[in-house]
Design a protein around this ligand. Structure first.
Ligand code: ZN
Length: 274
């Protein structure tokens, strides 16, 4: 069986990492070594590494993400996080140019930053991503902080962008949680819009088993509506969701085995050129 691809992993090895509390909640060792061990134990052969937020609210610098990927022995590939300013957009493009073979995508933190997906600040980024065939991942839906801006992270804000940018490959992270039906419509409507299923469970809570069943039903239904699993990509959002919970969700999906394989590695291979 080919190895699973985790298209959404965070790591910093810094004390001021804002996701540390999730690592503790899930009982995970939030270090490069701990992550690689977890991947191995769960049959995950490759991962895309995204900058986690630091306690100050800013994301871990992209250079550090690239460094961590280099230390992973080829198991992790960097995704460059892009903040909404002319300077940051320019720096992100330059970094992607100088690390062409390694960088697999860009990420925009909708809901955490002040700009929306259609902000003119991102136009240069989208031009570059289109011309290089690099996907742009967008945080969509619920934010881990109570101060997030849901009007900007709502998945439907990406419809206007997809209408205007038919050549741009977009990945809607977290399936727009909890706006699953809206995402189902977007991936059905737009040929280059995909969604990942990362970060949908954080362990614990009331009725954990019933919640897992409800979530699997919702995602399964979204897949039926979209006409198949071709646009759905596996991810954990490590350390927010543990591998056991993320893989349990895939197992619970009411799909054929071949369709599960598409979600677990085939789609990511294709979309990110892995
Ligand atoms: Zn994430």
């Amino acid at each position: 069986m080919p190895a699973i691809i985790d298209a959404h992993v965070h790591l910093s090895e810094r004390r001021d990492d804002a996701l540390t509390r999730f690592a503790e909640m899930n009982g995970l060792r939030y270090t490069l070594e701990g992550l690689l061990e977890s991947m191995k134990e769960n049959g995950v052969g490759r991962g895309l590494l995204l900058s986690p937020p630091l306690k100050s609210g800013i994301p871990l610098p992209n250079g550090r993400v690239i460094e961590l990927c280099r230390r992973s022995g080829g198991l992790l590939s960097p995704v460059v996080t892009v903040e909404p300013s002319a300077k940051e957009v320019k720096a992100a493009i330059r970094l992607a140019e100088s690390n062409r073979k390694e960088v697999k995508a860009f990420k925009v933190r909708l809901g955490y930053v002040k700009a929306s997906a259609v902000s003119p600040l991102f136009e240069r980024l989208y031009d570059f991503a289109e011309s290089e065939g690099l996907p742009v991942m967008f945080h969509t839906g619920d934010t881990v902080t109570s101060t997030g801006d849901l009007a900007k992270s709502h998945p439907l804000t990406l419809d206007a962008l997809a209408n205007r940018r038919e050549e741009l490959t977009m990945v809607l992270c977290h399936f727009g949680n909890p706006w699953f039906e809206d995402v189902a419509e977007l991936i059905y409507k737009h040929p280059r819009v995909y969604a990942d299923i990362s970060g949908l469970t954080t362990g614990g809570g009331a009725y954990p088993d019933k919640f897992a069943g409800w979530l699997a039903r919702k995602i399964s239904e979204a897949i039926y509506f979209a006409g198949g699993p071709e646009k759905i990509i596996f991810g954990t959002d490590y350390p927010i969701t543990a591998y056991s919970d993320a893989l349990d969700l895939v197992k619970r999906l009411d799909l054929d085995e071949g369709d599960r394989e598409m979600i677990l590695w085939r789609n990511a291979e294709k979309v990110f050129g892995l």
